[in-house]
Design a protein around this ligand. Structure first.
Ligand code: BG6
Ligand code: MG
Length: 218
């Protein structure tokens, strides 16, 4: 199968923001007296902000009103954006830039497909604001991963058929979204253990760029 475009998830694929999300949720839940741990944090990977909060509130000892839920989400986001200010181009994960450069050289389109509404801020912090052909993020979406909307919209904006797109994902929700969009998937990080991925690797750094393109049929 020919590959004409590669769509990268942002958090956990291009840059490690997991710890920033974890610290922000930890602070919020600490203030609210809601139980939260690393295991619950793992369930939030790839999942949109409000859906993540719904998972966190499963442990709450009382019911929260809709306006309180909105205020909690805003508070978490304020903490998160504070932590994200610490990101620099050095936080781009190993292997990412060489692969992006090689794909560019070969004329393959590159996109970001993320659930995060903070994607513009993060891309700016790591110096990749204007780098991608297309960016689809949480601000464009009505449904969060595992719904395929994010990747289908990216393919449409790239003008590439979904079957000619490959997604790089670190979250099971993202793997499901990509497969539901009819795309092939490279699972990295925790998604490398997902039996449904097309290819797997602990990190993108294990690929030499030419080998990566050959594998995908670029
Ligand atoms: C995803 C993260 O990329 O974005 C999730 O993996 C996060 O953990 C989601 O909840 C939404 O992020 P944001 O920045 O819009 O709160
Ligand atoms: Mg991710």
């Amino acid at each position: 199968m020919k590959t004409e475009a590669v769509i990268f998830d942002l958090d956990g694929v291009i840059v490690a923001t997991d710890d920033c999300h974890y610290r922000a949720w930890k602070r919020l839940t600490g203030e609210e007296g809601i139980y939260f741990d690393a295991e619950i944090n793992r369930r939030l990977r790839g999942v949109g902000r409000m859906d993540s909060l719904a998972i966190i509130l499963e442990k709450a000892e009382r019911t929260y009103y809709p306006e309180e839920i909105k205020a909690l989400a805003d508070r978490k986001n304020a903490y998160y954006r504070q932590f994200v200010q610490e990101l620099t181009p050095d936080c781009i994960l190993p292997g990412v830039m060489v692969i992006l450069t090689e794909l560019r050289k070969k004329g393959i389109k590159i996109a970001v497909g993320s659930s995060s509404k903070n994607t513009p801020l993060i891309l700016e912090r790591i110096g990749l604001k204007d780098y991608f052909d297309v960016v689809v993020d949480g601000n464009d979406l009505t449904k969060s991963k595992p719904d395929p909307e994010v990747f289908l919209l990216a393919a449409e904006r790239l003008r590439v058929a979904p079957s000619h797109c490959v997604v790089v994902e670190d979250a099971d929700a993202g793997v499901e979204a990509a497969l539901a969009a009819g795309m092939r998937v490279i699972g990295v990080g925790t998604a490398a253990d997902n039996p449904r991925v097309t290819w797997r690797a602990a990190t993108l750094a294990v690929f030499c760029p030419e080998e990566f393109c050959h594998l995908l049929g670029c």
